[in-house]
Design a protein around this ligand. Sequence first.
Ligand code: ADP
Ligand code: MG
Length: 230
Amino acid sequence: MDYREVIKKACAEGRQLIPEYEAYTVCASFGIPYPETRFVRSRREAEKAGEELGYPLVIKIVSPEIVHKSDVGGVIVGIRDQEELRTGYDKLTAHVTEKLGIVPIDGVLVQKEMAKGVEVVVGGIRNEEFGPVVMFGSGGILIEVFKDVSFRMVPMEKEEALRQMEETQAYKILNGVRGAKACNLDALADLIVNAGKLLSEIPEIDELDFNPVLAYPDGCVVVDARMVLS
Ligand code: ADP
Ligand code: MG
């Protein structure tokens, strides 16, 4: 699907939220890397997706009423085989109903599990005064505790994205601590620049959130994405 259709569909349905699997369609058009993902509506479809994608996998609940999926047990990582996929599928729904009662559930995402990396966040907002602004910072729980973030106005060059990263504590970790290899800063800078392009080129998007982005010595990948329309 073309990303313009994703936006059009959300507008037509009166939705402001572009959920993860649709957000990846937008990412694809802007060269933003993400894991192979299937949206399924039954256990049988999940098994089929598992066969196609190969293991290990991550499964995630898809519901218009759930924004922070792991808060309600809506993410299971480390699914190693079909048996774990089957039981995991049932567990996901059980977790969610246990926490929230009856909520609308659209389906489940079956996604390739990415290797462990340094977790960072790339975000964006449309500011009334400055226009589109991109954010970079520490990911995971660290972002909430330390508020380690840095902002830049769009459009921006890659050099500026590198300087933006340098302003954060995350930068030190990305450069490799305690003998760990340094992460590929160039790939992250590209991702930041592309997130800025996405915001400039799609005026309907008011907010975007890649949390987390996993960074590695040989690249980076977005493993959770959401966008909010104005
Ligand atoms: P939430 O809605 O709770 O933010 P996420 O999709 O971010 O849900 O998943 C929660 C956590 O699970 C992420 O912060 C990341 O650590 C891990 N995770 C999610 N997807 C993947 C993946 N494809 N590969 C590896 N780890 C993942
Ligand atoms: Mg997340």
